[in-house]
Design a protein around this ligand. Structure first.
Ligand code: ATP
Length: 347
């Protein structure tokens, strides 16, 4: 079932927590709602769930408008950050609960709960209480409980934030597997860009209630629409430097980063991702401020015209602070921003 959000706004007095949102999510897609704390992600999800009333705008599930439909009649499964399992019930009873509530007979409910438990791979834990499970297992129970009624839409609000780093990665892969197996249209709220990038079909990046860009992860990363999106995605963070364009050359101080550029003379902000430093033959010499190992790569801090920039290079080279290294910037990877922070082009 596809989801269509039209001109959706939630206002608290003069303050717009969500400001004129338009978004279409295709059937069976997983969309990540991504943005910093307070940008309106949860408010959006709550409006989709029917737990918060929209001020203006409309929500459609398939052809049906659900803007004013009660939460229990929307055909949604909800999973929150804190699992919200019933502590006194077994895992099985927790998963069965929505069915018993709907007067499904017990034998049938037990069978459906078992199928769900198999799907999320906790069928061996059915007789345990939530307190006897790890955080990751509890989250699987919460997902099984959300899916047992066979909803058409799955809404997840920061489902991984209570888990430690390793479990978070495992559980997000699990969520993706389950979502694809069931083929359910899913909206997933997170403030973690890597999480959103790794499992989403498309991502909506939000800032102060406004969707900045809605795109597939790779395109969002390579072709951000503005400085906020460019900065929000990627670790280590993109370098933002002051540059001057004159006579077709992009310069940072006395460092000529590019020539033959068709941009009006003036000063600009430029974004350069750390992995865009490469060797091309017309390399510039940089002195190394510091070196740090990050996984397989080295993260270098380089001096560029008196400013500090991050560059990633492969490890296995012996580079130390105080050394001089030579780099140029990869083709089409200097992103110039206009005074409104929108992208002018890539050079
Ligand atoms: P987080 O990642 O911290 O959960 P979020 O992106 O999910 O943040 P929301 O919870 O959607 O953000 O909140 C968006 C904005 O709306 C915030 O500035 C919040 O303070 C405000 N807000 C939320 N609920 C209310 C309310 N009932 N009254 C007034 N303001 C509210």
């Amino acid at each position: 079932m596809n989801i269509r959000i039209e001109n959706l706004t939630k206002a608290y007095g003069d303050f717009k927590a969500v400001d004129n949102m338009n978004l279409t999510v295709g059937d069976g897609q997983l969309v990540g709602l991504l943005g910093p704390s307070g940008c309106g992600k949860s408010t959006t999800l709550f409006m989709l769930a029917g737990l918060t009333q929209a001020t203006t705008g409309r929500i459609f599930f398939g052809d049906k408008e659900v803007t004013k439909v009660a939460p229990e009649d929307r055909g949604i499964g909800l999973v929150f950050q804190n699992y919200a399992l019933y502590p006194h019930m077994t895992v099985e009873d927790n998963i069965m609960f929505p069915l018993i509530n709907r007067k499904v007979n017990k034998q049938e409910a037990r069978k459906m709960a078992y199928e769900m438990a198999e799907l999320v791979q906790i069928e061996k834990l059915l007789k345990r209480k939530p307190s006897e499970l790890s955080g990751g297992q509890q989250q699987r129970v919460a997902i099984a409980r959300a899916l047992v009624k066979k909803p058409k839409v799955l809404l997840l609000d920061e489902p991984l934030s209570n888990l430690d780093a390793k479990l978070r990665v495992e559980t997000r892969e699990e969520i993706r597997r389950i979502q694809q197996e069931v083929g359910i249209t899913t909206i997933f709220v997170t403030h973690d860009q890597e999480e959103a990038m790794s499992i989403s079909d498309q991502i909506a990046v939000m800032k102060t209630g406004v969707v900045q860009q809605f795109d597939v992860p790779q395109n969002m990363y390579l072709n951000p629409c503005n400085r906020f999106v460019a900065t929000f995605l990627g670790t280590p963070e993109i370098n933002i430097i002051d540059v001057e364009v004159s006579g077709g050359a992009i310069k940072c101080g006395d460092v000529v980063l590019r020539t033959g550029v068709d941009v009006k003379n003036g000063t600009y902000k430029a974004g350069i991702r750390p992995e865009s430093f490469t060797h091309r033959g017309d390399d510039h010499k940089y002195s190394v401020n510091s070196v740090r190992m990050i996984g397989r790569d080295l993260l270098l801090h380089l001096d560029m015209a008196g400013g500090d920039v991050r560059a990633i290079t492969h490890s296995g080279q012996s580079i130390s602070a105080g050394d001089t290294v030579e780099f140029s910037i990869r083709e089409s990877s200097i992103i110039l921003f206009g005074s409104d922070d929108k992208v002018i082009g890539k050079f």
